[in-house]
Design a protein. Structure first.
Lengths: 253, 254
């Protein structure tokens, strides 16, 4: 996590990357990894204090970062995030749509309000981020990369998580359709499907259950961040609409 | 049908036209008592007339699947006929629009009908199945676009992906119920209905173009989907749950 900053030599040198939900967990790890590769990183999140700390941590390592307090599911917030990104770094090349919430509920008892709240952040949020992000990438005229952080719940069912599963499977198809639409403009859209990662979000799950993947452990956030870097930059230039599953073998079972 | 035992009670949403009407007719023909729902009362009355003309029985309930109170009315009507046996979550919206022209309101509306409407159907059917104590089956009508992308249909694809995801989560939840409830998804390809013709136009040339782009060289008819729905909701698929059945003339394989 404390990787030295690559600066001008980094594979993302001079490119601006927006990372949502970047104040902790996978988002923070991804923001640090991209910054270490030379990217100019805009971090977003709803927790201003945690976001400021994340921005500071990247700067302390010599990276360039700016935190913007924003809700991924809010259209107006996206307008602000993009204008701050363009004002600060002059361009947008990469958008990592990572922010998400996960809740447990029995389907028959789940209120429409709770269902909607999860889908607003996890599904409408990525749609809005895609829409606003792509408009900014287009203004740059150089193409770009959008990375969706879904979940293995976008591929398999999870009991008592119908809203979470709906949102993650929805994101996966959002990415594929967008990949077809944006391919001619060299804007790539790919999806990462993490299994259980050691984050606050997964803390509520039983340890034995989480480590039931063939590799016998959960992922560290940095292992997802490595994949984000791969999809963000020039090592994946022929990949779009693709699914990168990083689950310790969970869905191979 | 006089003298036969009363048929199973099945709810079919979006039964005012297209796949929903064909499914309602097919299930009624198989002996089910149909609760046909939709927003268009006149078209609903016509569906009912067709059911009855074929010797079947059913009722129509005006419903917007995105409105939870409407689901309560639908289930009350269904359970007045007998315990709920099946739900076909068919109602859906479709539009093609580039990402940048798709407004937040566009997204909210298609999400409300295709995702929230499907969720509400599953939720209220689960409750009805629990009350009926006989188990049951749900068929969610998704789309081939819930499996593969379609340029310009980003919002629609997202909603249908969500339907596939809900199908699997609900299948696990339903498998934990006593008696068990099965939940499967159907992915129609290009089916010649108002949903398609309303967006792309209705001409023999267009149908031929879609057919030429489909390995079986045909466009689908609502009756093809009704056959698949009857299979997924009936006992022939008793070992299937959380499954996705693609009926698309081979488009998804191409």
């Amino acid at each position: 996590m404390g990787a030295a900053i690559a600066g001008d030599d980094g594979e993302l040198a001079g490119r601006c990357a927006i990372v949502t939900g970047a104040s902790r967990g996978v988002g923070l790890a991804a923001a640090r990894r991209l910054a270490a590769a030379g990217a100019l990183v805009v971090l977003t999140g709803r927790d201003a204090a945690a976001g400021a700390a994340a921005e500071g941590a990247i700067r302390d390592c010599g990276g360039q970062a700016r935190f913007v307090a924003a809700d991924q599911g809010d259209d107006g917030d996206w307008t602000r995030v993009i204008s701050e990104a363009e004002a600060t770094f002059g361009r947008v090349d990469v958008v990592v749509l990572n922010a998400g919430v996960s809740e447990m509920a029995a389907t028959a008892d789940l209120s429409l309000d709770d269902f909607r709240r999860v889908c607003r952040i996890n599904l409408k949020g990525p749609f809005l981020g895609l829409k606003h992000g792509v408009e900014a990438i287009r203004r740059g005229g150089r193409g770009g990369s959008v990375v969706m952080i879904a979940s293995i719940a976008g591929r398999i069912g999870v009991a008592d998580h119908i809203h979470y599963t709906a949102s993650k499977a929805g994101v996966a198809m959002l990415a594929k359709a967008a990949a077809l639409e944006l391919g001619p403009e060299h804007i790539r859209v790919n999806t990462i499907y993490p299994g259980f990662v050691r984050t606050d979000m997964t803390a509520r799950f039983d340890e034995d259950m989480k480590t039931a993947a063939p590799l016998g452990r959960v992922a560290e956030p940095g292992e997802i961040a490595d994949a984000v870097l791969f999809l963000a930059g020039d090592r994946s230039t022929f990949m779009t609409g693709a699914e990168m599953v990083i689950d310790g073998g969970w869905t191979a079972r | 049908m006089t003298g036969d035992p009363p048929g199973k009670v099945m709810v079919v949403t979006g039964a005012t036209r297209g796949i929903g009407r064909a499914a309602a007719l097919r299930l009624a023909g198989d002996g089910a008592r149909i609760v046909a729902t939709g927003r268009d009362r006149e078209a609903g009355a016509e569906t009912l007339r067709l059911i009855e003309a074929a010797g079947g029985s059913g009722v129509f309930v005006a419903q917007d699947v995105a409105v939870e109170a409407d689901w309560t009315r639908v289930m009350d009507t269904a359970e007045a006929l007998g315990p709920l046996a099946g739900l076909v979550n068919n109602a859906g919206l479709f539009f093609v629009k580039p990402i940048e022209e798709t407004s937040e309101a566009d997204f909210d509306r298609i999400h409300a009908v295709n995702v929230e409407g499907t969720f509400l159907g599953i939720k209220h059917a689960f409750r009805a199945f629990a009350r009926g104590e006989r188990g049951g089956a749900i068929v969610n009508v998704s789309s081939l676009m819930g499996r593969v992308g379609y340029p310009g249909a980003t919002a629609y694809c997202a909603t249908k992906g969500a339907v596939s995801g809900m199908t699997k989560a609900a299948a696990l939840d339903g498998a934990g119920m006593t008696p068990r409830v099965r939940v499967n998804a159907l992915h129609p390809g290009v089916i010649w209905t108002e949903m398609i013709t309303g967006q792309f136009g209705d001409s023999p040339e267009l149908a031929a173009a879609f057919a030429a782009d489909t390995p079986l060289r045909m466009v689908g008819r609502p009756e093809h989907m009704a056959d698949a729905i009857a299979f997924l909701i009936g006992e022939e698929s008793a070992f299937m749950t959380g499954a996705e059945l693609t009926v698309d003339g081979g488009r998804g394989a191409d």
